[in-house]
Every structure is written in C-alpha cells, then in structure tokens.
Design a protein around this ligand. Structure first.
Ligand code: SF4
Ligand code: SF4
Length: 717
C-alpha cells in the first residue's frame, strides 16, 4: 500500500507542477494582449445568459450536435469524462485504502453501472473518431478534408491516450472484483465484470498485483494526459468554458466591434496613430480574448469546411488563420513575456519571430498572407460553426483595419469605392439626386422627406445605395414600394439625404470612412425623428443596411427599430393586407443572404412569402439557413477582384442549378447582383436555361399580387 501511495503521489505532484507551470505561462501570454473590460462587464452583468451559454454550449454540446455523428461521439466522450471523474476519485482513494468507496454514493449499483456505461461509451466515441479521421484523411482527399492543416499526429496521440485511460480503468476494476475490493455490487459494473471473468483464472495473488499496477498505470496515463493537454490542441478542455463565457453575445455575429485601444473605444477626433492602436498590427494588439481564442482552437476544421473562400480554392482557411496566429503568438511568447533588457538576450529565432510582420507576403515573412486576409466575405459561417465560439471575423477585420488605416495596404481596386463613398456617399460615385430617380418610375407618389418625418407616416423606407442606384436592385425596390402602397402602408424615403451606411468601408477595414458616414446618417435619422421610442420604424431592404442600422449604429448613439422588408411583407400577407392570388407555377429556390440569415437569424419571412404565392414549388438548396453558402459579396468583396479559384457566386449557382429551378429568389441587392452575374455567365456558357431568373422575393410577391402579365415584361425591359 505504501509503495503505491508514494508512487501515486509523486506522479501527481510532478504532473501538477508541469501542467501548472504551463497554464501559468499561458495565462501570462493571454494577458500580454490588450484589456477587454467590456467582456468582463458583460459576463458579470448577464449571469443568466452566461449560465445558459455554459449549459447549452458546454454541457449541451449544442453546436457539436449539429453534426450528428461526430457530435454524438464528442458528446459521449465529453459526458464520459465528466462521469469518469468519479473513477479518478476512486483511484486516488485506493492509493490510501484498498476498500475505499466514495462516501455516500460509493456502493450504489447505479453509480457502478453509470461508470462502466460511460467507459464503454467513450470507447464507442473513440472508434467513431477513428473512422471519421480515416475517412477524412487529408493525405487522401486533400483540402476537402476538414482536418487538412490540423496537427494530425497530436490528434492520434490524443485518441491513443484516451483509449489507455479507459483500458487501464477497466483492467484495475476487473482485478478489484477478483480481489474483493470492488466497491459496487457484483455484475452491475458490466464491463468490469467481463474483464474480471477474463482475469479470474490467474488467481487472487496475480489479481492483487494487476490491481496495484493498473491503478498506478491509470493514474500515470490520466496525469500524462493532463500534461499533454496543456501542450496540445486539447487545451480546449480547460479553455472552452472560459472562451464561451467571454465571447460576445449572441455568437460573435451581426455587428463588428468598435475600434478599441487599450480597452477603450477609439474616438477618431482625439486618437493619435503614434500612441493609440489602430487595429491589429502585431499579435499583442489583439485583446486577451483574441489570444484566448487562439489557444482554445480544437483544430476540428468545422469552420474550414463551411468557408466559401476555402471551398472555392482560395488560400483562406479560418482554421489555418487561427492556427497561424497561435503558432506565432507561442513562438513570440518569450519576447512578449520578457522585459526590455531580457529581450536583447533572447535567441535569434525568437527575435526573428518577434520581428515578423503580422500581415505580409511570403517575401516579407508575414504571419498572415494578404491574399488570405482579403479573401474573407465576412459571411459568418466560421463563427456560426465554431463549437468554442472563436470570433474569426473580429480578428480578420482587426487586421484589415490596421492595413487600411496605418499601412494603406489594401487591394487597390477598392480605392475607387472608398473615394466614391467619401465624395458622393455611395460606392458608385453617382450624384445624390439620382437616389430618388426610381420613384419617378412609379405611378404613385412617395414622400421624400427633408427634415422631420410627418406624424401620420409610420415607416421610413431606407432604400440603400444598391436599391436606389443599381438597375437590378432597383426593380426589387420598386416592387417593395408597390407592395407597401398596395397594402396601405404609409411610408416615406430620404432620397438624396440618405447616404451609404458605411458597411462596405467598415468591412474593408476603413473605420474612418465608416465613422464619417455613420455619424452623418445618425444625425439625419435623429433629425427625421425615427429614433427609438418615436413609434416610427425603419424598413431596410438590404441586409447589410439592416445589420448596420439596427446593430452597429447603437455604437454611435443611433438606436432605431429596424425591420427587413421581407419581415414586413410577410406580416402584411399574414394579416391579409396583401393577397397573392395569381398562381406562379415555378420551381423556386431561396438563397439565404448571410447578413439576413446567419448574422441576424431571419430565415422564415422570405420563405413564408414564397410559400404564400400559389403554385410555387419551393426547393431548398443543400446549403441553406444557418449553413447557407455566401454569394461572395460581403466583407467588401463586392468591390474586390476575385482572382484565385472558382468564383464564389458561380459555386452557389451551380448548387442552385442542381435543382433545375425556374427562379432563384433572394432578399438582398448584393446577392441579386452576384447571383445574377453568375446566372448570366452560365447562360452564356449554355449551362443554364435562358428563362432562369434571379429575383428578390418582393418581385415574386408583386407578380402574384398585381395580376398583371406585363409585370414580368416590364421588369425584363
Ligand atoms: S467569415 Fe466566411 S469567408 Fe470569412 S473566414 Fe469565415 S467562413 Fe470564411
Ligand atoms: S476555429 Fe473553431 S471551428 Fe475552426 S478549427 Fe478551431 S475550434 Fe474548430
């Protein structure tokens, strides 16, 4: 007994010393990042939300279970480890007394059964993981594997260690049954009982030796695993609950964070580029939450598997981006954690790592290649998928901000768009009065307000730049206006007083231009009297405008009740104020705009509009709703060239074409343009029928309402 006690305690002290040292180092590294007081404040002030997040994300494994087979395997392993903590207590107890049982519950048959059940469940989970990893071997299927770029050997070692934890557990428990020291009633711990039957012929003496040896082996493997975890991707076992606790709610999607320096929101009027941070130019410019994100990544590759840039052959993988940042942070850590004097004595390798630019091409030895940085569409698929709530978009846009504002290093084709935004308030640089031209093409009047909205008008229709100025999007704007008019909704527009919300500039990283446009618009909207509590609502057709107006302008003091046009139209149909009567016998598939769906969780209204139109046959594409596939326009990509790989819009249209639809419908002017371009390219190549259309759901509804055959002809003209 003494020997096994001494060996067990020495092993424990050694393992805790090594793991503790590593965890302390990780904590110091994370806090070498910028402060993030808003995360701590939020967590402190929202205890119920925090608890819910822990219960659903950590204990409920919500995101993991969206992938049924790997999710179930992970849930079994996770819950197995929770339940099997009891067996670790028992193993430690057995160091001191062979007849140890957990006080109170240690002889319950149900506990013995549960321990064995979860031990077997973990083995089943391991077998499933093994099959999944073999089937998704990057050596065989290349970048189609979500594990491409992950540390594969470490993953196999992890599976091996977990296997050994379970095997040593079952063997010592089987031996205990034979020596008479097993705490549970005979037979209930069924797997241990099977092992006991195998070991029984060896006799009591041999079983005593096996019992002691395997208790020590069990502790050695568990402690070895503990140390290994702190040095591997399995750190997420410890870090995931904290990362989820401090993630921004809900889910890191929707608005971009304001720019912060030293934990405070940056005020452009007072900011000094020499002393303040303008985005992330070095790894230590990330907030500690960003560094925590990097350390928490499990390398599962779920984000990579959903990324439209990766799927179409671009060099951007959200997983690889996080891993590259993590590798750099770890390699630079000795420099980050040393004081000025000690830095000079660091090895050349560390100094070289410390000198690497965060963003730079291969020649410059950059951590993140510019082509990677600019490939992101901000679609949110990665953030939505990540089981440990890593916030890729915040990191990408933080680096973009530094590139634009400090380095002036961004794709030059975006220059024109930015200049146009500055000079004319729209990306095309068209004159302001052109914004109201579409109204003259209607056969009814729409009040264009210049100042305060009249008392009797409930809605301000925010048309958006594309909706007012781009020919295809203008058709959807007119359809929406006609429907509102037909339903008797009183609405007005701002016309020339409306300016771009600033979304393309902000998503590109030009926070300065965004801030100028946003302040101007907030002033206009406040002067119009549509602020919160006014009883007025803002209708936005463009999901990017919707997201910016409703969720980003509050950062500048603009609070409005904003609804998307599909929400209002669906409501009017439901109320019977709009009655779609004309049968439209068409196969229709709906494309979810990322900023309406994933970023703002609006999935049902556009679909209910399609369903309300008689005769339509709605068909879902394989990638829809939360797993919808981007059109390629977000993240300011609408204004950038797409030089590498397959075009994202064509990949999306290929998916739609597999359903042979008559119409592809959507609810975003950006998507209309991108998907329309892809359909035209397919038609030119003879790969799509000439009659295939891309339209907004409002256009579909107006056709069903107006009873006019010429609607379609009008639109085609
Ligand atoms: S936001 Fe979309 S495009 Fe950008 S990294 Fe994530 S999945 Fe890829
Ligand atoms: S970022 Fe999240 S989804 Fe992507 S590999 Fe890491 S843990 Fe998995």
């Amino acid at each position: 007994m003494i020997v096994r006690m001494v060996i067990g305690l020495v092993l424990t002290a050694a393992a805790f010393a090594v793991a503790g040292r590593r965890l302390w180092w990780l904590k110091r590294l994370a806090f070498s990042g910028q402060p993030a007081p808003e995360r701590v404040e939020y967590a402190k002030n929202n205890v119920v939300t925090d608890l819910k997040a822990q219960l659903t994300e950590v204990f409920g494994q919500r995101k993991l279970l969206k992938w049924s087979v790997p999710g179930a395997a992970h849930a079994l392993t996770f819950w197995g480890f929770i339940v099997l903590l009891l067996t670790i207590i028992e193993a430690y107890g057995a160091l001191f007394s062979r007849s140890f049982a957990i006080p109170g519950i240690g002889h319950w048959a149900a506990i013995g059964f549960a321990e064995d059940f979860f031990a077997v469940a973990v083995l089943a989970g391991l077998a499933t993981f093994t099959v999944i990893r073999l089937r998704n071997d990057p050596a065989k299927i290349g970048r189609r594997s979500r594990f491409d770029g992950s540390h594969l050997n470490a993953a196999w070692l992890t599976l091996g260690l977990i296997f050994l934890v379970i095997v040593t557990l079952l063997v010592y428990r089987g031996a205990q049954e034979n020596t008479g020291y097993f705490p549970y009633p005979h037979g209930w711990a069924f797997a241990s009982w099977v092992i006991a039957q195998i070991l029984h012929p060896l006799g009591t003496g041999a079983n005593s030796v096996i019992e002691t040896t395997f208790i020590l082996l069990q502790l050695a493997v568990v402690l070895g695993f503990l140390v290994f975890v702190t040095y591997s991707k399995h750190l997420h076992i410890f870090l995931a609950p904290a990362n989820i606790l401090f993630s921004r709610r809900p889910g890191g999607l929707g608005p971009l964070e304001p720019m912060r320096s030293g934990g405070k929101v940056l005020d452009f009027e007072e900011a000094d580029p020499d002393t303040d941070l303008f985005g992330f130019g070095k790894v230590e410019d990330f907030a500690w939450k960003g560094l925590l994100d990097m350390a928490t990544c499990t390398e599962c590759g779920r984000c990579q598997s959903q990324c439209p840039a990766w799927a179409t052959g671009k060099p951007l993988s959200p997983k690889q981006l996080i891993l590259d940042l993590r590798d750099h942070a770890f390699a630079k850590a000795p420099w980050l954690l040393a004081d000025e004097a000690a830095r000079e004595t660091l090895p050349p390798g560390v100094l070289a790592e410390a000198g690497r630019p965060l963003v730079g091409g291969t020649d410059a030895g950059g951590v993140i290649d510019p082509e990677v940085l600019w490939a992101c569409t901000n679609c949110g698929a990665c953030v939505n998928e990540c089981p440990v709530d890593i916030e890729h978009i915040d990191h990408i846009n933080g680096m973009r901000r530094h590139q634009v504002l400090i380095e002036s290093a961004f794709p030059q084709e975006a220059q024109t768009m930015l200049k146009n935004l500055e000079r004319r308030g729209n990306p095309w640089g068209l004159a302001e009065d052109k914004r109201a031209e579409w109204i003259t093409e209607l056969d009814f009047e729409i009040p264009v307000i210049d100042g305060r909205i009249p008392e009797d008008i409930e809605y301000l229709y925010w048309v958006g730049c594309a909706g007012a100025l781009e020919d295809r999007a203008k058709k959807a704007t007119k359809a929406t206006a006609e429907l509102l008019h037909a339903a008797g909704v009183k609405f007005a527009v701002l016309g020339p007083a409306e300016a771009c919300t600033g979304d393309p500039a902000r998503r590109l990283g030009d926070e300065f231009t965004f801030s100028g446009l946003a302040q101007q618009n907030v002033e206009t909207l406040n002067d119009a009297g549509v602020g919160e509590g006014s009883g007025k609502k803002v209708i936005a057709s463009c999901p990017h405008c919707f997201n910016t107006l409703s969720r980003e302008y509050p950062q500048l003091g603009g609070n409005y009740e904003v609804i998307h046009h599909t929400q209002l139209l669906a409501h009017l149909v439901e109320e019977g104020k709009l009655k779609p009567v004309t049968s439209i016998e068409e196969k229709i598939t709906y494309h979810d705009p990322c900023f309406l769906g994933r970023h703002n969780q609006i999935y049902t209204p556009p679909r209910s509009i399609i369903d309300a139109v008689p005769g339509t046959q709605a068909q879902e594409m394989h990638r829809c709703k939360g797993k919808g596939f981007c059109c390629g326009a977000g993240g300011a990509r609408m204004w950038l060239e797409e030089r590498t790989g397959k075009r994202i819009n064509e990949e999306r249209i290929d998916e739609a074409l597999a359903l042979d639809p008559d119409t592809v419908s959507t609810a975003c002017p950006y998507c209309m343009v991108m998907l329309g371009d892809a359909v035209n390219a397919k038609k030119a190549a003879g790969q799509a029928k000439d009659t295939l259309e891309v339209i907004d759901v409002s256009q579909l509804l107006v056709r069903a309402i107006k009873l006019r055959e010429e609607t379609r002809e009008e639109e085609k003209a």
